[in-house]
Design a protein around this ligand. Structure first.
Ligand code: SF4
Length: 370
């Protein structure tokens, strides 16, 4: 995670109303020079200023189309800003309002660990899996996948990308979210017995050469700290207390939770499902709390609640607040660029290969994993 220095003291005393008025004014001043992108997990007071909203796939697609703008202010997390920098024209500067807005899942795989895993699986065991990385990963890991015949995926197209990978080889190394990898492979008909977890904390990932030769899918031992808070007990409780309520979860939840759910799919799939559901329908949703809260406000004629009884909050996304957004825009208006996220050209040149494979395998509408 990068360090974000404290903001100048004058920002501390501003009220929310003052900051909202100032952000509106700075946006008008910058006009078409700046575009603000907002991820669905972003809090309401920030996302109201987004020119475009979406999940990581949609924002990557939108970012890639921003020709002619000077700045993309990315209200998301670090890996999303990196992807935007890789996919945009060279003269577009991508800015993350708070540099410490990282992703705990992306931090669970670093490039040295991945290269060590590759060395063991490919060179010492003689097995050549196709490396697939969830877009929630560093640019270096995306570049690694691009250089080794692999691709990126998002939760919206993980299945399409795994199918793409299995047309090119019979084994896959899936990084860094074991749950998305397991849930997707299982939905494709690959049994759990054909999958194993590679644990980077253990020598040789905790695997023997024989195991490497036998398994089809190697799942990196990583997870999302938000989606792991959803449990099978919460599903059981909904079934017991409110049998009419449908359970709809994100595939970063555990396999056990996905099996108990009625439906599972990406953030865009969750939004589409609730949007298209009839009035009066009931939904218990296993994903980030701000998105669930927004669905609840947008569709008051439906009953929407969080699957867990506790707040499941992406604390890193939460670091992007009105204060940091205003400071970023103030600096741009003053002609100073702060918090630019820049991927070096060598990494970018390889990572874009993996990202373009991801973008080439997008379905028109979000697909359910279950
Ligand atoms: S919700 Fe999970 S995967 Fe998404 S940015 Fe936050 S920590 Fe990362």
């Amino acid at each position: 995670m990068l360090f974000q220095p404290p903001l100048p003291t004058e920002y501390a005393s501003l009220t929310d109303d003052e900051m909202c008025a100032a952000i509106t004014e700075r946006k008008q001043t910058l006009g078409s020079r700046a575009v603000i992108l907002g991820h669905h997990y972003q809090k309401h007071d920030v996302i109201q200023f987004a020119d475009f909203t979406g999940d990581s796939l949609k924002l990557a697609q939108i970012g890639a189309k921003q020709h002619g703008v000077e700045y993309i202010v990315f209200c998301g997390v670090h890996f999303m800003a990196e992807s935007a920098d890789i996919l945009t024209d060279d003269d577009v500067k991508v800015i993350l309002p708070d540099q410490s807005a990282g992703c705990s899942m992306a931090d669970m795989a670093d490039i040295d660990q991945v290269e060590e895993a590759w060395e063991f699986i490919v060179y010492r065991c003689g097995v050549a899996p196709i490396p697939i990385t969830y877009v929630n990963s560093s640019a270096a890991i995306k570049a690694f996948c691009g250089a080794n015949g692999g691709a990126c995926c998002t939760s919206s197209n993980a299945r399409a990308i795994l199918e793409w990978a299995f047309r090119r080889g019979d084994k896959v190394l899936f990084l860094p979210d074991q749950h998305l990898g397991r849930n997707t492979a299982y939905a494709m008909g690959i049994p759990l017995e054909a999958m194993t977890v590679y644990d980077p904390a253990l020598p040789t990932g905790g695997l023997t050469r024989e195991q490497v030769r036998n398994f089809r899918v190697f799942l990196w031992k990583g997870h999302c700290s938000v989606h792991q808070l959803f449990t099978t007990q919460q599903c059981d409780e909904i079934r017991r207390n409110d049998p009419d309520c449908k359970i709809l979860v994100h595939p970063e939840c555990s396999w056990e939770v996905v099996q108990k759910a009625d439906l599972a799919g990406s953030t865009e799939f969750i939004i589409k499902t609730v949007r298209e559901a009839p009035a009066g329908s009931k939904w218990a949703i296993g994903t980030e709390t701000h998105l669930v809260d927004r669905l609840l406000r947008t569709y008051p004629e439906k009953s929407v609640r969080l699957l867990a009884g506790i707040q499941c909050l992406c604390t890193t996304m939460y670091r992007i607040d009105l204060r940091h957004l205003l400071w970023t825009l103030d600096e741009l208006v003053a002609g100073r660029i702060v918090n630019q996220i820049k991927v070096d050209p060598d990494t970018s040149g390889l990572a874009v290969v993996a990202l373009e494979r991801m973008l080439a395998n997008v379905t028109a509408t979000p697909v359910a994993i279950k």
